[in-house]
Design a protein around this ligand. Sequence first.
Ligand code: ATP
Ligand code: MG
Length: 259
Amino acid sequence: MRVIALTNQKGGVGKTTTTRNLARAGQQLGRRVLVVDADPQGNLTDALGAEDLPADVAGLADALSSRSAASIADVIVPSIWEGVDLVPAGGDVLENVRDELVVAGAGRESSLRRGLQPVLEQYDIVLIDCRPALDQLTLNALTAADVAAIVTNPDLFSANGIAKLRLTIEAVRDHYNPKLRIGGVIVNHHEAATTLQTRHWLDELAGAGLPLLDPAIPRHTWIGAANAQGVALDELGPHGQAVGEIYAKHLTTLMGEQA
Ligand SMILES: Nc1ncnc2c1ncn2[C@@H]1O[C@H](COP(=O)(O)OP(=O)(O)OP(=O)(O)O)[C@@H](O)[C@H]1O
Ligand SMILES: [Mg+2]
């Protein structure tokens, strides 16, 4: 069993898309998958929640809030894919829960870890989709995780934030979660015509000792469209299947099942 947190404080780099496609890869490999939406935007909930999921469905917000008696087990729902279960975000309320955690005091970073503990044995893989911020929700995700997977884009602005993210991950490891390791960096939105600058930046990342998961995920409009349409990459013919296989490879690496 592995808990993997998909993270980067930069917005729009592809954390949710990666979480979704890794979940599908896990399902296709016959694993029991739980995805956790730790972002009040609720994008993962929208992408993987069943069509009849009510807008005010209980979720992570309820499971973490001291105002609700709900546990994680109480808020798990089936996703659109059999074998993949979902902890919905719980909407904007998750934002209030973030504030609750800020003032909660000792032990607050471990709330999600404690909450997940009772359900872990029901799954082979737990994927936590983080919000684009290094706040209490993300600290909780990293404290609950065995593996941090950094999702980024091949450009300078994305590169700038990685050093800070790395320090945060290392601080969580030192203070709250000694087993946490950086499983790798997934480069998303990769353009086929790699510029010299992109090359330079990828070399820098590799030079910083961060494990780059090879190959990068290409930028294709249909990868974005598949999100919105609830379609899996493997349902999109050979080109989609080829990208789906990249996610399967990266999942295996993140699980530590392959060097
Ligand atoms: N490889 C890709 N090719 C084309 N479009 C993509 C790709 N990856 C993600 N997208 C699209 O880019 C947008 C941002 O992706 P996504 O929501 O996964 O990023 P995010 O890091 O989760 O964002 P946020 O920080 O807001 O949570 C979405 O519209 C998504 O469909
Ligand atoms: Mg997201």
